[in-house]
Design a protein around this ligand. Sequence first.
Ligand code: ZN
Length: 300
Amino acid sequence: MKEVKRLDEILGQKEVVNYLTKDLESKKYNHAYMFFGKRGIGKKTLALAFAKSIICQNGNPGFCGVCSSCKKFDMESYMEFISFYDEGESIKIEQIRRILEEEHLKKYEGSYRIIFMEHAERMTEQAANSILKVLEEPLPGTIFIFTATNPDDILPTIISRVEKYYLNNLNKDDLGKIMSDLGYENNEYLSLGSIDEARVLLDNLDQDLLDYQQFYQLFVRKDLNEIFELAEKLAKKPYLRELFSYYQLEAMAVYRKDFEEFNLKIVGAIDDALRKIKINVNEKHALEYCFLTIGGIFSE
Ligand SMILES: [Zn+2]
């Protein structure tokens, strides 16, 4: 496992860290925690820091890093830390059953068993219902830690049975620091507030792809050829969502400064395009419609 950060090293989430630290100090834990927030703002980092602190034999509210529990945690051999691997797919009931069977086995070590699930929104309905049963009748010493992007995608009955924390987007200073630790010197996407989103763009974006001002000017010029060319170029790009988030943030920033309506129009048209793409409308068509709308060439 890559190095687990300590809670006090986590940037940009002071409030949540304070609450978790209080739990660690008092050793009074909720039976389930759920961390919400945008992709790439450190939900998993926070969850692992918290989990390792719970199981450490010495270090509360942090972790010592040298006790046998800490060492096993780092080597992924701590029996009572069970995590669902992120396979980029839905989390199925069979996986939950397997965990819950282990759940009833007697504990091998430590006072707590922690079950960690990333992307809780990926649970199928059946899987979510079987988790719900456990949350309704919590087992002593067992702590669930979930992460999820959006509360709307989680069963309300589950949400009502977990302690919820909403993580902030990272501010530019914190994100800049994290990105430079990761070896990224270029920091033009810090407004995104998310490590993952900024990395996706920095890793993939064609160098010649438009910056926001160029994007904006395209619609001022209303050159149809250019507009269709851009739609063609962007369709199917794996970083489209991140790029559009970036354009939207830049458009909002200009709007807040100058109240220039045109920028609000860009935000709305991009929203509409992203929604269409999500429901599988052909990407090129969705982008063309979006760009023509922004340009005022195609009435809404
Ligand atoms: Zn320790």
